[in-house]
Design a protein around this ligand. Structure first.
Ligand code: EPZ
Length: 426
C-alpha cells in the first residue's frame, strides 16, 4: 500500500489541468453496454473506480480497450452476472442494472452494502426497475432481476428521504431508453453528470428530454448505435483544487473546467473572501486566497445546491478560517469521518446530528492520519498542505479511487508531497 507524505506550509502557484469527471464516466461506461456497436469515450480519468468498472465490463463479456484517457468499448456478446468480488469494490457498479436489464432482460447484481459515509440503500433503484415491469428477488445478498417480456415505460417518482438519487436516475434512464413506450422520471436528479449521461445516450440514438430538470421524459427505441463522446470536466476535483488554492494559493490557475457546473462552489468560496476569476469561455479560472478569509454557513443539497462531495474539503478550509462556521450535511448525515482526523491535526470541530460546528484555528499541525473515504481523504490532504510540519496520509488508495495523479498535480503547483510505499500497511 502507499501513503502520501505532505510537508506543509508551501505556497501554491502555477497551472493545473483538471481531469474528466469520474462520476460522469462511471454511468457512461455502463451505458456503452446498451449497444453492440463500437463506442469511443474520451477523457475518462485513470482512477481505480473507472478501472474497476472497466474490469467488470470485461468480465461481463465486453471488449474494452483503454489508452491515454480514452476507452473503446464493444459489447457484442454479454452475459449478465456481476460477482460480489467485483461489485463490493465499487458501489457505483449498481448502475450496471439499467443497461443489463435493457439489453439482456435479466441480471444478477450483488447488493452493494454500505460504506463509511453512511448506509447506501438501493430501494429507489429497485422501485424504478419494478415500475418498468421487472421482478426483483434478493437471494444471498444478490439482486436477481428479470423481465422476460422486456421492459415497458412507466411514470416513476424517484424522490427519497434525502432528495433525488443520482445513480438511481441514471439507472432508470438507461433501462428506459430501450423499453416499450414512454417513461417519465419525476423528482429526477439534475447533476451535470446525469446530463452528460443523457447527452451520451442521445448520441447513441436515444430519445430523452428534460435531462438537468426534475422531470425527464424518455421515449423507448428499438436499438442504439455506437458513438464518440468526451466526458465533462470533474467539478469535484476542480472544487478540491480551488479549496487548495484558497488555503495556500498565490494565484493558482485551473484549466479544463466548467464554470456553469461549479456555481455553488465558487459562490461559497467568494463569500469567504477568496477571489475566483474565470475566462470568457468559463473553462479556466485563477484562484487567489483571501487576505482575511471569512467563516461560512453551508448546507449540502442536491444539484444545483452545494454538493455533498465538496463538504469535507470545505470543512478543512473552514477549520483554519477565523470565526465560527456551521456545516450541515443533508445528503449523507454521517459524512464527517474527516472531522476526527482533522481534530488530530488541531482542528476544533464539534459534530452532532448531521451538523459540524467549526471554530477556526490559526494553525494545524502535521500528524499521521488515516484516509477513510474518497472526499474525507482529500480534505486531509488539503489540511496537510497548510499544517505546520509533516503529515502522513495512510491508505492512499481511497484518494486514488477518484483523483487522477493527485500527487503529480500538487507537485506541479509547488506543493511538497511524496507518494511512498507504506511499510506500516502492507
Ligand atoms: C452519487 O452517488 C455520487 N457517486 C456520490 O459521489 C455523491 O455523493 C452522490 O451521488 C450524491 O450527490 C457517483 O456518481 C458514482 P444518491 P449515489 O443515490 O447516486 C439516498 C463521490 O465521492 N438513496 O444520489 O449513490 C442515499 O442514501 C461519491 O464521488 C436512497 O435512499 O447517491 C443518499 O442519502 C460519494 N435510496 C441520497 O439518496 C436509493 O435507492 C442521495 O444518494 C438511493 C439513494
Amino acid at each position: 500500500m502507499e501513503k502520501l507524505v505532505v510537508h506543509g506550509g508551501y505556497k501554491l502557484k502555477g497551472t493545473v489541468n483538471i481531469s474528466g469527471s469520474k462520476n460522469a464516466s462511471l454511468p457512461i461506461l455502463a451505458a456503452s453496454l446498451l449497444t453492440d456497436e463500437s463506442v469511443f469515450i474520451r477523457r475518462v480519468p485513470d482512477v481505480s473506480d473507472t478501472n474497476f468498472m472497466v474490469q467488470i465490463m470485461g468480465q461481463l463479456g465486453a471488449s474494452v480497450e483503454r489508452f491515454s484517457g480514452n476507452v473503446r468499448v464493444e459489447a457484442k456478446n454479454l452475459h449478465s452476472q456481476a460477482t460480489y468480488e467485483q461489485v463490493r469494490k465499487m458501489r457505483a457498479s449498481i448502475c450496471l442494472m439499467g443497461p443489463l436489464m435493457a439489453r439482456m432482460k435479466q441480471c444478477v447484481i450483488p447488493l452493494p452494502g454500505g460504506c463509511v459515509i453512511g448506509d447506501r440503500p438501493v430501494d429507489l433503484h429497485i422501485k424504478a426497475i419494478q415500475a418498468l415491469g421487472a421482478t426483483v428477488n434478493i437471494d444471498k445478498g444478490n439482486l436477481i432481476i428479470s423481465a422476460p417480456n422486456g421492459l415497458t415505460g412507466a411514470t416513476i417518482d424517484l424522490r427519497g428521504d434525502h432528495g433525488p438519487t443520482v445513480l438511481g436516475t441514471d439507472n432508470l434512464m438507461m433501462a428506459a431508453v430501450l423499453a416499450k413506450g414512454t417513461t417519465v422520471i419525476e423528482s429526477a436528479a439534475a447533476e451535470p453528470e446525469v446530463v452528460d449521461l443523457a447527452d451520451f445516450l442521445i448520441k447513441m440514438g436515444a430519445k430523452i428530454e428534460g435531462a438537468g430538470t426534475r422531470r425527464i421524459v424518455i421515449e423507448g427505441v428499438e436499438k442504439l448505435h455506437g458513438c464518440t463522446h468526451t466526458v465533462i470536466p470533474d467539478r469535484i476535483e476542480a472544487g478540491t483544487f480551488m479549496v487548495a488554492a484558497a488555503m495556500m494559493g498565490e494565484g493558482v490557475t485551473l484549466r479544463r473546467i466548467c464554470e456553469e457546473h461549479m456555481l455553488s462552489i465558487t459562490e461559497l468560496l467568494r463569500q469567504c473572501g477568496h477571489t475566483i476569476t474565470f475566462n470568457d469561455k468559463g473553462d479556466t479560472a485563477v484562484v487567489e486566497s483571501a487576505q482575511t478569509a471569512k467563516p461560512a454557513e453551508l448546507t449540502t443539497a442536491p444539484y444545483p445546491g452545494y454538493p455533498t462531495d465538496m463538504q469535507a474539503q470545505m470543512t478543512a478550509l473552514l477549520a483554519i478560517t477565523e470565526g465560527i462556521s456551521v456545516v450541515k450535511e443533508t445528503i449523507f448525515p454521517q459524512r464527517f469521518m474527516h472531522c476526527s482526523e482533522l481534530k488530530r491535526m488541531g482542528a476544533n470541530i464539534k459534530v452532532a446530528n448531521g451538523t459540524a460546528v467549526i471554530t477556526g484555528v490559526n494553525q494545524l499541525s502535521g500528524a499521521p492520519v488515516m484516509a477513510s473515504d474518497l472526499r474525507a481523504s482529500a480534505a486531509l490532504v488539503l489540511a496537510a498542505l497548510k499544517a505546520e510540519g509533516t503529515t502522513e496520509i495512510h491508505r492512499l488508495y481511497h484518494i486514488d479511487r477518484g483523483y487522477e495523479l493527485i500527487d503529480e498535480k500538487l507537485l506541479s503547483i509547488g506543493a511538497n508531497v511524496e507518494r511512498l510505499v507504506d511499510e506500516e500497511e502492507q
